[in-house]
Design a protein around this ligand. Structure first.
Ligand SMILES: [Zn+2]
Length: 288
């Protein structure tokens, strides 16, 4: 997995740098021509101009957007943002540099390797939030961010309660089997992940409060909607996107993606984490 992560990262950086180069070259090449009356030297035509770098970039981006199943209007807005200047590529680069597990796609179609277990899990101890039982684990960057976010919430009179966090592969096997036994396969698939397909295995996810729809109307639920993004936490299964995420609305389930990736999700993908991660998945696997 380590090899996969670093190889993917290397390729994506390479692709980004290349595209950034293409972008600047194409901008440099689009200088105004001298006016008819001008006496200045007329630049010689290049002998073999080759494909227009801007077109190469646009085609590449379009293919990625299609492969990532980004819907038409959103895809067009991404194309427009990318055409407006290098900010899109720079923000993309910033979003994927560093820890690849912040943006790795884990959903019904994309599993983590069965043996994957983070090596920096820590037990949640607060002090600014509550836990509903002992022994809840998160990766240390997520745990630190949770404490920072919970302190900010507490300062506004809101208490965050962590109810479910890291789930090992073995634990997912047990939960999924139990849900199928109790509710049948169809319902189980709507509400719980098959083993290896849960974001909870990343150690970067917290289910808050009651873990049901009532959380959305609590003070904590409303505070999270307004503030979680500032601390790099993103709702994974928003309302109205079951066909996209594969899960019904889960107002309580937040994934720590970091501030940079959260900015990328909000700015270019309308706050829909699934779209942004599908896009990054295709982007980092594609070759120019
Ligand atoms: Zn959850």
């Amino acid at each position: 997995m380590k090899f996969f992560a670093s190889a993917t990262h290397f390729v994506s950086v390479l692709v980004c740098v290349l595209l950034l180069c293409l972008f600047s070259c194409s901008r440099a090449g689009s200088q105004p021509q001298p006016s008819p009356g001008s006496t200045g030297p007329v630049p010689a035509e290049p002998e073999n101009p080759g494909p227009d770098p801007e077109m190469v970039f646009n085609d590449h981006l379009q293919r990625i957007l299609e492969a990532a199943a980004i819907p038409g209007a959103l895809a067009r807005s991404v194309m427009d943002e990318a055409a407006a200047g290098p900010s899109f590529i720079l923000d993309l680069l910033t979003a994927i540099e560093g820890d690849p597990y912040l943006w790795i796609l884990v959903d019904k179609k994309h599993a983590l390797p069965p043996g994957y277990e983070p090596d920096d899990l820590v037990e949640l101890t607060g002090p600014s939030y509550l836990v509903n039982r002992k022994g809840l684990l998160l990766r240390s960057p997520a745990a630190e961010s949770l404490e920072e976010m919970a302190a900010a919430a507490r300062a506004e009179g809101v208490t965050l309660i962590a109810s479910s966090t890291y789930r090992s592969y073995t634990y997912q096997e047990e939960v999924y089997a139990r849900n199928v036994r109790q509710s049948g396969q169809e319902t189980a698939d709507r509400e719980s992940a098959r083993p290896g397909h849960s974001q909870h295995q990343l150690g970067l996810v917290v289910d808050f409060g009651s873990i049901d729809d009532s959380f959305a109307v609590t003070k904590a639920g409303r505070w999270m909607v307004d503030n979680a993004g500032r601390f790099g936490w993103s709702i994974s299964f928003p309302q109205g996107y079951e066909a996209v995420t594969g899960y019904r609305w889960e107002s309580w389930h937040y994934r720590y993606v970091g501030r940079e990736l959260n900015y990328f999700i909000d700015t270019y993908f309308g706050g829909i984490q699934q779209y942004a991660l599908q896009f990054l998945h295709e982007w980092t696997q594609a070759e120019l």
